[in-house]
Design a protein around this ligand. Structure first.
Ligand SMILES: C[S@@+](CC[C@H](N)C(=O)[O-])C[C@H]1O[C@@H](n2cnc3c(N)ncnc32)[C@H](O)[C@@H]1O
Length: 263
């Protein structure tokens, strides 16, 4: 499912103020924890430790850039994002990466500039993933690597209690271009001429984590859903209270794609 541009990016999803940027940075850091082991594996595959020039497209508040810096402090790191407030926040926390305000569909770099180009929770927000991937491929050198480190697929989420209401509200809360991007990574890479290794990191969480997660998610839903869904949210919250922590279950499919640019 993709949506009309006019239906997309509700103001609540935009980072506009200092409060927003802190809120979203915390959110992004949380997402980082979920998929840490897969990223470690992908960094090894790409030989990140020896890369000289690395770009993150859609670098947001800089969470991934900071992680990459700790792994390979010698690499020249670049982050590109179209949100100035996020970039300014990233700059304050930055080590010595170069941050650029720009659009992913027209990257301001010469062809074959980078050994590695990554993105993380990014393609789901993009209206035109094919043009974006073509640009990413153009700026990656022959023999370099392209990695979507994590892209979720909300349609594949399973929860107890009450999967369907969760899914319904989650989808309503998101103004992403494509909340089902995960399952499409392989075809998008294929369409730009890249042979990707696509994998699934199934995040099944232990029940105490799920309990915290649900509390955080209920608060998040309250912020992001449209008012006509408040009754559903209330019902879900009540239902949730009638179950013990030990009964809770959550499965969130998060996909990755890794490709070597051979030509
Ligand atoms: C969910 S955030 C992820 C941030 C970061 N990758 C992380 O995981 O911490 C997605 C980011 O993509 C940026 N973005 C969306 N569309 C973009 C575009 N066309 N060009 C550049 N950045 C874009 C947004 O501004 C936002 O900062």
């Amino acid at each position: 499912m993709s949506r009309e541009p006019s239906q997309r990016l509700k103001s609540k999803d935009q980072i506009s103020t200092e409060d927003d940027v802190r809120y979203f940075d915390e959110l992004y850091q949380g997402q980082l924890d979920w998929t840490a082991s897969t990223r470690k594996h992908l960094y090894r595959q790409m030989d990140l430790f020896h890369a000289e020039q690395v770009l993150e497209v859609g670098s947001g508040t800089g969470a991934i850039l900071r992680e990459i810096h700790t792994i390979n402090p010698r690499a020249r790191l670049f982050g590109l994002d179209r949100n100035l407030v996020a970039l300014e926040y990233s700059q304050k926390k930055a080590t010595d990466e170069t941050l650029i305000l720009g659009d992913a569909t027209l990257l301001p770099f010469s062809s074959q500039s980078f050994d590695i180009v990554v993105c993380h929770y990014f393609l789901m927000w993009i209206e035109d993933p094919i043009t974006t991937l073509r640009e990413i491929m153009r700026v990656t050198r022959f023999g370099g690597w392209i990695a979507c480190l994590a892209e979720p697929d909300y349609g594949g989420r399973l929860d107890f209690p009450d999967s369907e209401i969760w899914k319904d509200l989650l989808l309503n809360s998101l103004s992403a271009a494509d909340p089902f991007i995960g399952r499409k990574l392989r075809t998008y890479f294929y369409q730009v001429g890249l042979k990707a290794h696509v994998g699934l990191q199934s995040v099944v969480l232990p029940s105490d984590t799920v309990n915290n997660l649900y509390e955080a998610e209920l608060a998040k839903l309250e912020r992001f859903i449209s008012p006509e869904n408040n009754i559903k949210l209330k019902k879900l919250t009540e239902f949730f209270k009638t179950h013990k922590t030990e009964e809770l279950f959550s499965f969130m499919p998060v996909f990755y794609a890794l490709a070597h640019r051979t030509e």
